[in-house]
Ligand binder design. Structure first.
Ligand SMILES: C[S@@+](CC[C@H](N)C(=O)[O-])C[C@H]1O[C@@H](n2cnc3c(N)ncnc32)[C@H](O)[C@@H]1O
Length: 324
């Protein structure tokens, strides 16, 4: 079995347990990354189970293809957003699906590769080491969406403030947004150190527990990749392609992602969208999911010690109900 250091899979045993893997299962990994979850799934679905792997990032697809080569025809990989999960399943005439996993966010490899511009220094706690890496942050490298530098060059103060406060919960969001507008004409924000320099100069979030630059970079990454929009669409698409009895497992790392997963699952469990005061249902929308996890599952102390990036992981899982 080939293993790599591209990314350490998080909550592995818990995720596999909720997918109820069987020999021959057809599973979609919507966030392939280094293929850690995918490889473990292939091991448990042999000899004829099928793994369909998606990732926005061409580099992740290339790495995972090497790691998973030994499974031959049992692996199909696509460079695509998980927003398109149902199109892809239809394209290769493989529906319905037995299980789907989303392990959200970025991989360790993406975080650690300076040219991708996902972080600002040697370590997140080391703002003094802010680098000359470009402010890009697109998971698909180039793609249709503009890089972070373009957002900083064109968005209004209100738009910038909204993403810093909503996605980063950054104290001083308005001050930073205004500071960016005031500076960008004369000095465009092109590298990580351009932005970190301004955060430091303005004293944004000084003395807070979380490094303010970490919060700003996280907020920009979520906006650049429309991560919450993709998750919303991806979850609906996943529910559509699962067979009755099929499993959906989602690992979130940000409270807004986890809330979206929780709310989407809750709405699918309820079905009917009629106002509660109505005497009878007139919408006819039936429940499509039943919860497997009442509360999200987090990593234990051992996993956090071995892999500190797992700290904020939250796993939720659900089972697809019979179509009504
Ligand atoms: C945390 S990593 C997954 C790691 C993987 N489970 C493993 O064990 O190696 C998240 C991956 O999801 C990808 N990704 C993020 N958003 C995506 C989307 N909307 N569609 C497809 N891939 C996405 C990222 O490019 C990254 O490679």
């Amino acid at each position: 079995m080939v293993t790599t250091h591209y990314h350490e899979p998080v909550l592995l045993a818990e995720t596999l347990g909720h997918l109820d893997l069987q020999p021959g299962s057809v599973i979609i990994d919507g966030t392939l990354g280094g293929g850690g979850h995918a490889q473990a799934i292939l091991e448990r679905t042999g000899p004829n189970g099928l793994l369909i792997g998606l990732d926005l990032d061409a580099e992740a697809i290339r790495e995972a293809a090497v790691r998973l080569a030994e499974y031959g025809e049992r692996v199909r990989l696509f460079q695509s957003s998980f927003r398109r999960i149902d199109d892809i399943a239809a394209e290769i005439a493989l529906t319905p699906i037995d299980g789907i996993v989303f392990d959200l966010g970025v991989s360790s490899h993406q975080l650690d590769a300076p040219e991708r511009g996902f972080r600002f220094g040697a370590t997140d706690g080391d703002s003094a080491a802010a680098s000359e890496t470009p402010l890009d942050m697109r998971m698909d490298g180039t793609g249709d969406r503009p890089p972070a530098s373009a957002l900083l060059a064109t968005w209004s103060a209100e738009e910038l403030e909204k993403i810093f406060s909503k996605y980063g919960q950054l104290p001083g969001s308005r001050r930073l947004a205004r500071g960016i507008i005031a500076r960008r004409e004369a000095e465009p924000f092109e590298t990580a150190s351009d932005l970190v320099g301004l955060i430091r100069e303005l004293g944004i979030g000084r003395g807070r527990r979380h490094n303010p630059a970490t919060l700003v970079f996280q907020a920009l990454r979520i906006a650049v990749n429309d991560e919450l929009g993709a998750l919303e669409e991806g979850l609906q698409a996943a529910i559509r392609v699962l067979r009755p009895g099929g499993r959906l497992a989602v690992i979130a790392y940000h409270s807004l992602e986890d809330r979206l997963v929780k709310q989407t699952f809750r709405a699918a469990v309820k079905g009917c969208t009629c106002p509660p005061e109505w005497p009878a249902c007139s919408c006819g929308i039936k429940p499509t999911l039943s919860l497997l996890t009442r509360r999200p599952i987090g990593p234990n102390e051992d996993e956090i010690k071995a892999n500190p990036r797992a700290r904020s992981a939250r796993l939720r899982a659900a089972i697809r109900l019979e179509a009504a």
